[in-house]
Design a binder for this molecule. Sequence first.
Ligand code: AMP
Length: 666
Amino acid sequence: MLFLSVSLQSILSKNMTFKELGLKSEVLKSLTEMGFEAPTPIQLEAIPNLLASDSDLVGLAQTGTGKTAAFGLPLVNKVDGKSRTPQGLVVCPTRELCLQITKDLENYSKYLDLSVVAVYGGADIRRQITQINKGVSIVVATPGRLVDLIKRKSISLADVKYVVLDEADEMLNMGFKEDLDMILESTPEHRNVWLFSATMPKEVERIAKTYMSNPFEVSIGHKNQSNENIEHIYYSVKERDRYAALKRVIDFNPEIYGLIFCRTRMETASVADKLGKEGYSAEPLHGDLSQVQRDRVMDRFRKKEIQILVATDVAARGLDIDNITHVLNYNLPDDIENYTHRSGRTARAGKKGQSIVLINTRENYKIRTIEKQIRVTFTAGVLPKPEDICAIQLTKLIDSVIQTEVKEADIEKFMPQIMAGFGEMTKEEIVKRFVSAEFNRFIDYYSNAGDLNSSGRDSDRGERGDRGDRGDRNDRGRRDRSYDEGREDRPRRDRGSEEGKTRFFVSVGQRDGLNPGGLLRLICDSTGLKSGNIGKIDIMPAFSFFEADQAETDNILRKVNGSEYEGTTVNIEITKNKGGGSDRGGRSGGGGGFGGGNRRASGGSGGFRGSNDRGGDRDRSGDREGFRPRSERSGSDRGERGSSERGSGERRSGGFGRSSSSFRGK
Ligand code: AMP
């Protein structure tokens, strides 16, 4: 495989223009209109190569590098608009990305006579078939829906000359392996495949080996290395301080336009809920929301009506938004590759950004594993001191007061009342009161707040009480297997495999009609395992536990999660590996549930409002972004996985600074 590693420096010195790359004048015209002046490094490498020859390509690049144009421009340039059947086929993991790519291709080909059609799950298939029948030059598709169309013989791929696989690693992560094989096998043997991926796991290499011949490779940076414009920082805190630490990071960055990543739907909902209740402009994005709700939240985030999006990895797929200043890893992802995807949401299109990780005191090894695996360097951050946060917020407040537009004509008639109201007060007193009206909550909240850094003083009375977050499964002794690969210094007793079993929490119980036999059947039917692989089963009134062979953990998580038991969606998660620690407190108690109870941030009377968690109910509302067993998924909905109509409800409108001018938008 010919490997062209692209150094930014060498590219910039080339100073080339789009015109010199050999694009048609019609394409150049639309690029000028779009404001694209100079090619990005990946465009510079890919475009002339793809234009000059009919060859296969492997592009190692993340979103934000300009990869859509790197394949999209040659594609619209090469495809023959007169053809009625698709010559170009772009396959990508999510509906959002599918729509984005379609829009981009339409923009690039504005002055060419081409038609681009998007086909994705969750939308009316008949309309898509009608569009295809009208004649189409390029189809942009999610794998599940495309397979449906192929099986129905509603699309012919016989004339396809170029297949683009975008975010190939994501598609494989999402379980589209068989679909991709089928799609590629349905295209002519001599088509070219252009494969783009942020990382190069074995499965992606397999696709390259199976379906491509002598591809040239373009890479931005090293393999599996993330963008140099991203600053990676981690903060080590006690588990119980995780949420308070998150707030400190946000409070210290009042202009933040950020994405908080959580590992589970439940955690996502909980963090967003708490932030919302405490006056932050934050909304959740996870698979329990309907597609309409997710579209609405994303749209508002895009328009910056929401400052912070709290998302699961799955829900945030395809969310390509420029200008994100911070990616906050509330918890690290189980799969290290997801860290690359998460952090790649910031520092797009040449901008700088921070990827911040909150870890508990036992998770330092995870940072080292990520550093080794994706070749990034983390800085050990020190959480800002309360007084520094207050100073920043005060500056922000003063700035926003100074910048407030005074509606002279309208306020004039109120001036006598205003002047009379403040009576004899001096200017200083009035200013003090105005500032206090807004700023007291910071003073109150942070007045007794101590040092949250794990080595710091354990005295932050103001920020405790966030114990609803104590459900972190990794603070109790279990280590994450994916972070342990290649780790030699790990003590034997930590491996959690002495007894070889993993213990799972199941979101359904006796009240849902579940009994041990039913649970056993469910697990075995979904996974293909035998009863011998399954250990102890405990059926509780509202939920259950079971143990299973540790080697099957991933298989079980993937296949059982999201399956149905008598009409109820089943969500499971690991509670512990046998011998590796205790269950999570809230769960095993049965009554209170995870994160239950009335939590108050005791920052003082005028401080942040506490939040009343939904307690036990939350336990049952679904957790990980799970996979339904393939047998139960219709091809067309796989692209839209996780968008059950249950929906946790559209949250009240946020907007920058719902309750505080400190968070008001730019
Ligand atoms: P992508 O990596 O394809 O998602 O692109 C990231 C962002 O960069 C998108 O907003 C593109 O419109 C923008 N972009 C891509 N190439 C260029 C370019 N050559 N000049 C300016 N903006 C670009």
